[in-house]
Design a protein around this ligand. Sequence first.
Ligand SMILES: [Zn+2]
Length: 319
Amino acid sequence: MSAINRRDLLAGSAAGLLACSPALGAAPKATSQGPGAYRTKLGDFQVTALYDGTWFLKIDDSLVRNASDADVNKALAAAFLPPNILPISFTILLINTGSKLVLIDAGTAGQVADTAGVMMANLAAAGVAPAAIDSVVISHFHPDHIDGLKTKDGDKVFANAEILVPEQEWTYWMDDGEMSKAPDRIKVYFRNARRIFGDIGKEVRRFKPGAEVAPGITSIPAFGHTPGHCAFAIASRNQSMLVMSDAVRNPYLFARHPDWQPLFDMDGPLAVKTRRQMLDRAASDRMLVEAYHFPFPASGHIVRSGKGYELIPVEWQPL
Ligand SMILES: [Zn+2]
């Protein structure tokens, strides 16, 4: 081909491309995000954060027992969030230890909010079948952490998995005497715990907080949010991650204001003590942290800031 012919051809191709380009602008817009699965290498382990969705909870001045509506809205505004709506994001962890697949918590199964319940789709996108899960470790018995264990028809979602729960959580939530004493708002959680665990009680293994729940995964007592609420430390080789569960919820409210006592914390003062201990440890030891209700992928580092703490989110990175 002569030089002039090649140039004509290239010019023709460019003209062709230009002629086509308006069609790209007319392509239909996507109606959903891509898969919410984010992987982190942790020593020999692989930790995958699985997004389950976000509940946009309308709030009023009853949300925080010891802060005013105005102060809460000021904190939301400081995080560029609209007033009177608390975004509650849900992120489940999948840990591949090399020999075991372990889930920490089980997601909402779409039963908590219409805008949540996509964890199973994201597990599939991560290439893992529910039947391949070896263990599901539960942090506490609030519905957003246990509902994903069962289908709406009451079948087990993770057919081959051992289910591990904190001993104190079981003792409290499965006790009929405690249920009869509880206010109606909390009675709902007692009934839900029976729906999930009632017929599989014999299969559920109860662990003492502090116990190793899977190779390299150790539970940490973090009481206050609920009577037996647990956090976890995941460690492999010289790397570790502090999984704070619900000890710290939305970071822009409760890391920045660790003394605030949200209604979700059953024992407000104890939850504050636990929250401060956990944030202090994370900041002092410069640990990678994860928390169930942090914005996806729900992990980062904690630094001290003013009277509270700040989350420095992880940056998306290749494996
Ligand atoms: Zn929760």
